[in-house]
Design a protein. Structure first.
Length: 354
């Protein structure tokens, strides 16, 4: 069997591979398949398969709650969650396809650029859950191969026990103030898809000079975008320069001393799609799980429990959180991330020496 080579550098050589304004406005190859409701026949077929394998970069507690909710709804179908950072999810999928091992049913990544690669390499299966048909066009692929499972921001935040609100940074430029030297934590784009996307947007809008100045602030460098909120909560650093908004929500709502800051320049916008592989070993269970992930029930759960945002029009934001429409955001551009990803990682590593 011929193996499929997945690479960032070759992904955009195909004609028309441009995402200019909408998150998923990739070149449409055919008419999108019609939306499919969950039928008893699909449920029965999925139960015969008995399991679904889900690779994801979603926080493990949230991914496991999603899995348990699915298993409770559809008894007899087990969900095996494999969680790691988005860049490692991408590498693992590449390794499996290079060796003709096909063990994954459904995948989620916090780097939407990965889905451009997978779509262009022809390894995603078209499938449009009924709820996805309700989503705004910018949150669903034109060929029905993936859609926005979760949306969130990469933000600044501070520890309220260490920093007074009036003294907290209000912008990314504020982080360059000498008073924050040795007090900042941030994550790495070589590990985290969230930070890869955020780094692209920030260097585009603020310039690499911002990062060169930030590197002089004696930064604590961590891996996952979930790590800066944890370091903040523990008081190991007073401020985080980037990291997940949803982790800050979770901590703050649990009574921890953290507070989000939405930078005056705009906060990087991150989209994490879900997709099904053509080679899924459990294709019916994969479709059923995909449909569940995009249902109002699951989407409301990731908001309430996971601190995430949703593109589902029937969900409601949790009280006490700033509405997304009221936040200035930077523009997402997965195709540009795909094209420049390797160069971004190399330049970042050179600047921060990590």
């Amino acid at each position: 069997m011929t193996s499929t080579k997945i690479s960032r550098r070759s992904a955009l050589k195909a004609t028309g591979a441009v995402l200019a304004t909408a998150a998923f406005s990739t070149r449409v190859l055919a008419d999108a398949p019609p939306a499919e409701p969950v039928t008893q026949a699909l449920i029965d077929a999925a139960k015969k398969e008995g399991q679904v394998v889900y690779y994801t970069s979603t926080d493990l507690p949230v991914a496991e709650k999603l899995a348990k909710a699915f298993e409770a709804r559809y008894s007899g179908i087990a969900v095996r969650v494999e969680r790691t950072g988005a860049e490692r999810v991408f590498q693992r999928i590449g390794q499996e396809y290079a060796s003709s091992i096909h063990a994954v049913d459904v995948v989620n990544s916090s780097d939407a650029a990965h889905f451009i690669v997978w779509k262009r390499d022809g390894i995603l299966a078209p499938y449009v859950p009924e709820d996805v048909a309700k989503y705004p066009a910018e949150h669903r692929d034109g060929d029905g191969q993936f859609a926005s499972f979760r949306v969130w921001l990469s933000i600044i935040a501070f520890n309220t026990s260490l920093v007074k609100p009036e003294d907290a940074p209000k912008s990314f430029v504020d982080l360059l103030d000498p008073k924050w030297k040795g007090k900042i934590v941030k994550a790495h784009p070589g590990y985290s898809g969230t930070i890869m996307t955020a780094t692209y947007q920030m260097q585009r809008d603020l310039g690499w000079g911002f990062f060169e100045q930030l590197a002089k602030q004696n930064i604590m460098q961590v891996q996952s975008s979930a790590d800066p909120p944890k370091k903040l909560d523990l008081g190991e650093r007073a401020v985080m320069a980037d990291g997940n908004e949803y982790n800050i929500f979770q901590l703050r709502e649990a009574g921890r001393p953290v507070e989000p800051v939405y930078a005056s320049e705009g906060s990087p916008l991150i989209v994490g799609p879900n997709g099904i592989f053509k080679s899924s070993p459990n294709p019916n269970a994969a479709k059923l799980f995909q449909s569940f992930c995009f249902s109002r029930e699951a989407q409301q759960m990731i908001i309430d429990v996971g601190g995430l945002r949703s593109a589902h029009p029937d969900t409601q934001e949790k009280a006490g959180r700033k509405l997304l429409k009221d936040i200035k955001t930077m523009k997402d551009d997965p195709a540009a991330v795909e094209k420049e990803g390797e160069a971004i990682k190399q330049r970042y590593t050179k600047i921060f020496r990590v």
